[in-house]
Design a binder for this molecule. Structure first.
Ligand code: HEC
Ligand SMILES: [Cu+2]
Length: 323
């Protein structure tokens, strides 16, 4: 079923139709009950009105059947909506494993985006048709919110945290993107376009944009420049833990907690190393807050993610010390 309702934006992602069906159902339900109640108020007011000045109302009996009916029916409707809504929600906020990751950094008042292959854009993002696409997003200043109406997906973009959205575009063309969290004087200008291209056209587009390095290689260079490798290197005399195979693993902390090394953990380790200290190590790592931009942090994370337990993808440019 494909609805053509005015005021509803074009459906251009695999999720769009599911979200629309749910919204349509909620609107239809609300409309139905609003009309039902309004009509009954009028009908009952007319039908049971007082007909003469001395008329006394008849005594009122409770009807258990009626009460149970009007409790159970709404309960079933609400539970049904909950299960349906939860299913759509989980699909919407759990990117598939094969999704390709892009980066988005919000900043008063622009969106900076970067491709996994390194190309950067401002207020624009080119993506290939049919590719599950994941955006890893953060903000350099205040809270923003990233919304692509045609894809029916949206998430807040927060300073100090990573949020993700994902989509699989089903139509080529360009689709509006908005900041939907009031973020200062020029909030209304924090808009842009997602360009969906045929895959071969996308490859041509990638080739036409000059690119210095991929985020992982840029991260490897930063890793050396910031002397991270003076502590994080292989060998028993190293002051910091080896970072190979860290991403996605459980880390045992000195205070007994165990945390999963996801993007937020890696980011925190760089900016507030004292917040979670790895068991068996001294809290000697300095904070790099103020020395690195959010984009630098993303590059460092991408580099650390490329350090698999065996050899690293960017090993050639890194310390050159494959374990
Ligand atoms: C002075 C030595 C030193 C420097 C320089 C240093 N670190 Fe660390 N780092 C440590 C130590 C020690 C730990 C473990 C204790 C802790 O968690 O604070 C650590 C922990 C980490 C962790 C968590 C590791 C884990 O196994 O969970 C990450 C990620 C990390 N550092 C990244 C970096 C990056 C990126 C840089 C460069 C921007 C850097 N470090 C610079 C000493 C250092
Ligand atoms: Cu904004």
């Amino acid at each position: 079923m494909n609805f053509k309702i005015p005021f509803v934006p074009e459906q251009a992602s695999t999720m769009a139709r599911d979200v629309d069906h749910l919204t349509f159902f909620l609107v239809a339900m609300s409309t139905f009950f609003t009309v039902l109640v309004a009509v009954m108020v009028v009908v009952f007011a007319l039908r049971y009105r007082r007909r003469s000045a001395d008329q006394v109302g008849s005594s009122f009996d409770n009807s258990s059947l009626l009460e149970i009916t009007w409790t159970v029916i709404p309960l079933l409707i609400v539970l049904f909506t909950f299960v349906w809504g939860a299913k759509v929600f989980f699909r919407l906020y759990r990117p598939p494993a094969d999704a390709v990751q892009y980066y988005v950094t919000g900043k008063q008042w622009m969106w900076k985006t970067q491709h996994p292959t390194g190309q950067r854009e401002i207020n624009e993002l080119h993506v290939p048709l049919g590719q599950p696409t994941k955006l890893l997003m953060t903000s350099e200043d205040v809270i923003h919110s990233f919304f692509i109406p045609a894809f029916r997906t949206k998430a807040d973009v927060l300073p100090g945290r990573y949020t993700t959205i994902w989509f699989t575009p089903t139509k080529t063309g360009r689709f509006h993107l908005f900041c939907t969290e009031y973020c200062g004087a020029e909030h209304s200008r924090m808009i842009g376009w997602i360009h969906v291209l045929e895959p071969d056209e996308y490859q041509r587009w990638l080739a036409s944009v000059p690119v210095q390095t991929s985020p992982a290689i840029e991260g490897a260079q930063l890793f050396a420049q910031l002397a991270c490798d003076s502590c994080h290197r292989d060998g028993s005399d190293a002051r910091g833990p080896a970072l190979h195979g860290l991403f996605g693993r459980e880390v045992q902390l000195a205070d007994g907690r165990r945390v999963r090394a996801d993007e937020s953990y890696l980011r925190e380790s760089i900016l507030s190393p004292g917040a979670k200290v790895v068991a068996g190590y001294q809290p000697v790592m300095p904070s790099f807050r103020g020395q690195v931009s959010e984009e630098n942090v993303l590059a460092l994370i991408d580099y650390m993610k490329s350090l698999t337990a065996g050899e690293s993808a960017a090993a050639g440019l890194a310390e050159g010390a494959a374990p």
